[in-house]
Design a protein around this ligand. Structure first.
Ligand code: S3P
Length: 169
């Protein structure tokens, strides 16, 4: 069993921010699946969606998962919101779901300092109605796959990363 920590959850729940805080505090490497895909393609996620389509992007997520499975251990991996759909998630490490209600997530994204940029880089968040539908469809799937569920709504970052660390060790 690999000792990676795999952070999954809906767009905007704070996977990237949590991963960076965790890596800094607990001194491990942190990689993000969207960043890996962007660097492999030398293109931004929103352009990959626009130019090559979602299907192409999902195939890149599987390629990325296969690389992590063959080559990465002892690291923290933050995943894009749809990454859970790859066929080998459970072989990558301990799967942790960062959980929050859709309303909390929407509020977090729309009140962030750089909220326009945060929303713009996420093609599937361009229409809040559709994003909410997607949230509803995925909610149960995330929970089914998670080894550990952490609700982030009423916690500050230090509490969240401490909880992750306690639960994986
Ligand atoms: C997606 C989430 C995004 C990114 C892409 C698709 C999704 O990542 O991978 O826009 O399907 O939920 P974040 O969860 O980091 O926003």
């Amino acid at each position: 069993m690999k000792s990676n920590i795999i952070l999954i959850g809906f767009m905007g729940v704070g996977k990237g921010t949590t991963a960076r805080a965790y890596a800094r505090r607990y001194k491990c490497f942190n990689i993000d699946t969207d960043d890996l895909i962007e660097s492999k393609e030398n293109n931004k996620i929103k352009n990959i969606f626009a130019e090559d389509g979602e299907k192409y992007f999902r195939a890149l997520e599987q390629e990325c998962a296969d690389w992590i499975e063959s080559s990465v251990d002892n690291s923290l991996i933050s995943c894009g919101g749809g990454f859970y759909n790859i066929n080998n998630l459970k072989s990558l490490g301990t799967v942790i779901l960062l959980d929050a209600s859709y309303e909390w997530i929407y509020n977090r994204l729309s009140t962030a300092e750089n909220s326009k940029a945060k929303l713009k880089k996420r093609p599937l968040f361009s229409e809040p109605k559709k994003a909410k539908k997607l949230y509803k469809e995925r909610e149960k799937e995330y929970k089914k796959l998670a080894d550990i569920v952490i609700n982030v709504e009423k916690k500050d970052m230090q509490e969240i990363i401490k909880e992750i660390n306690t639960k994986v060790n």
